[in-house]
Ligand binder design. Structure first.
Ligand SMILES: *Cc1c(COP(=O)(O)O)cnc(C)c1O
Length: 355
């Protein structure tokens, strides 16, 4: 039987998607060839790329004037590409909200190319909350934030107002809840948390913001290159794009992002309800900032968790060990994780409490 997969990333994908992907590795589109051994320029693969882009536009209601790209290098390369494309060569300055490890890495890269103002940071409390009430300078090239902090289990429930360009790393909650794309100028997300296998990065960028940094941008790092070549400047990660397309189809079939958001809310309510009720555990993130994707929790002082660890493993649960920087447990409830898997974990937590 398939495990209840709580892995933080790469992570669970819909079972039907994996089945169809497996079949296509052997025989794609009735071609008697593998998806992995045909040209990315064949009409069969171009149709995959086109459908993936069209589904992102449809599911996220991407307005006119934005390009949807499937790139490589993960979100980590976006940490570099964003400042290359948006930070002015002369006197470049950007503002970053620091909400965790990934934000910190993005800041580090941006600092190579210009001045970075850290508008606020929650490092003082091990990134267990989302800072609020900070002000964003006006003389900046762009503002950058991270919508969901995968490691610390916090999520921005709203985004600050600013007249500057707004950039967001949505790697770990893309397509999990409704987002008004028009509120952002650039959104990026590594595929491997809610969309598909590792290897592809989704970028949604407003065309008119490009070409203004005054930098000599290496071709590969220039979004304009990839827009011009429709994500086929070089060989795209065909498997990752294909499986992402299947996952997007699956998301559409269950009712799209609005329906997904309801299911994700139900899963989060169920698990956080138990974390708060159970006398042996407590949540680490500030309640109002809790992530619906990654729930971090610890056992109270003096609780011996060895038996709990045996119990959840015996129940077929996988991947709830916390990240080393928080410890304890982290249950990642990405789109493809069914409510029944959350119930299975809650059942184990309740049985453990009664011991
Ligand atoms: C996983 C993750 C990253 C890193 O993604 P890569 O694709 O491995 O570079 C960046 N940001 C967030 C929020 C993440 O969850």
């Amino acid at each position: 039987m398939k495990k209840h997969n709580y892995s933080a990333g790469p992570c669970i994908l819909p079972q039907e998607v994996l089945k169809e992907a497996s079949a296509s590795v052997l025989n794609f589109d009735g071609l008697d060839l593998s998806l992995l051994e045909i040209s990315h320029r064949s009409k069969n693969f171009v149709a995959v790329m086109d459908e993936a882009v069209a589904l992102v536009k449809e599911l996220m209601e991407v307005p006119e004037g934005y390009s949807v790209l499937f790139l490589q290098g993960g979100a980590s390369l976006e940490f570099v590409m964003v400042p290359f494309n948006l930070m002015k060569n002369e006197g470049g300055k950007a503002a970053y909200l620091n909400t965790g490890t990934w934000s910190s890495k993005a800041i580090k890269e941006a600092k190579r190319l210009g001045e970075v103002v850290e508008v606020a940071s929650s490092k003082d409390k091990n990134f267990s909350y989302i800072p609020k009430g900070y002000s964003i300078p006006v003389d900046i090239d762009y503002f950058h934030c991270t919508s969901n902090n995968t490691i610390y289990g916090t999520q921005m429930k709203s985004f600050p107002q600013t007249d500057a360009l707004k950039v967001c790393d949505m790697s770990s909650d893309i397509l999990s809840r409704k987002v008004n794309v028009a509120d952002f100028d650039l959104i990026y997300a590594g595929a491997q948390k809610n969309m598909g296998p590792a290897g592809a990065t989704l970028v949604i960028v407003k065309d008119e913001i490009l070409g203004k940094s005054g930098r000599d941008i290496p071709a590969y790092l220039d979004y304009a290159t990839h827009i011009d070549k429709e994500s086929m400047f070089n060989t795209p990660p065909v498997f990752s794009v294909y499986v992402s397309m299947l996952t997007l189809r699956w998301l559409k079939s269950i009712g799209g992002v609005a329906e997904m958001e309801k299911i994700n809310q139900a899963k989060a309510d169920l698990l956080y309800g138990e974390i708060d009720r159970n006398s042996k555990f407590y949540g680490t993130a500030a309640k109002e900032d809790r992530s619906n994707m990654n729930a971090c929790f610890l056992a109270h002082e003096g609780v011996d968790t060895a038996q709990f660890d045996e119990m959840w493993k015996a129940a077929g649960i996988s991947g709830i060990n916390g990240h080393r920087s928080v410890g304890g447990y982290r249950a990642s409830m990405y789109n493809a994780l069914p409510l029944e898997s959350v119930q299975a974990l809650v059942d184990v937590m309740q049985a453990f409490e009664k011991l």
